[in-house]
Design a protein around this ligand. Sequence first.
Ligand code: UDP
Length: 408
Amino acid sequence: MTEVQVASRVPLDDYASLLGTGEIDELRALAKPLRGRSAQMVNSTAVGGGVAEILNRLVPLTEELDIKIRWDVMTGGNDFFEVTKAFHNALHGGPYHSRSEDFDIFLAYNEQNRARMAFDAEFTVIHDPQPAALVDARNDRSGHWIWRCHIDLSHPNSEVWNFLERFVSRYDGAIFSSPEFSRQLPFPQYLFYPSIDPLSEKNRDLDPEFIALVLSRFQIDPLRPILTQISRFDRLKDPVGVIRAYRIVKRYFDCQLVLAGGGAADDPEGAGVLNDVRREAHGDPDIYVLELPTWAPLEVNALQRASTIVIQKSLREGFGLTVAEALWKKKPVVASAVGGIPVQVIHKHTGMLAHSIEGTAYQIRFLLSHPEIAAKLGENGHQHVKENFLITQNLKNYLVLFLTLAGS
Ligand code: UDP
């Protein structure tokens, strides 16, 4: 395990201009009884993917409220991350080819990580399946252990879920990102929406000159429509499906497609998917397949802001932070009706939902030919994110949970 040092800090008071001082005062009041108490977050990657994105902002804000919080990341070899990626796909309802050694590898790395570190916080939050077996470190009933699940568990592969459930059921509670994702478990379950930070480099306002610079660096034409999907190169994000939808749209509109993504330390499948994407895109100079560094928040921000339409054509999704990021930037979004996306994209109000390649293309064509409706969706989307999916709300949820647990 390694303790993560977060990338940057924005003082809590800076959020007042956006949310009002009342919100910030409420956070400080809730945190008061928790001052000096300790919390620990554990996940499986410090960069890349939505969980790292959230923790990078949540941890410093919690610290600012005088709660002692540390964030640890599991270490593991390729064999571990291949197994956990297979589990991830299986828990999302995909096929799983059972190998008995998978379970041994999973347990061995959890044991290794457990032995390497102290678990002495009052509130321990373990994120996702990868570190779930760390609950073995809990040798007495002191401290509160919560499993924070970020993935869609509504139709899990039963072999993988049965294995995991042995560990999950030993926590004091679980947090899910959507009511449909929860399971029958012997303890309270909580609903926390994931969140974006409006003041982070990923989401803050940018100078138009910087956006223009990023486009010119990637040689993207600012004058023609830009369709964008930003995601890890992962089959469940369906980048090849995005290209096929774009090809249909291209028959009617002279547009460009940007597929941009970096890797995540806990995702070993990226290179293979990227190869498939390049093969599918081959020969079309209007498709930009951009391999970004894992940490490139300003570039991601600029590409989202430069987009005419943002696509998120996932086949399965936990929540899909990229959707909230695009809505915050007032972008019209066309996204699949999977996982946590429909919570964010309310069809015809904050964006357009689709269920297929053809449906995605249809909605993109509709929005390209109705820019006034596209602009309205973007405005509504921004408001929806402001009311529901900002980091301050997520922080409030954790504070209330810690207070509840402390009082139990
Ligand atoms: N992301 C990024 N660079 C990339 C691809 C994704 O910074 O090249 C970010 C993206 O902006 C979002 C997060 O990674 O903040 C992805 O979260 P999401 O919930 O959409 O998907 P996950 O990767 O967790 O499945």
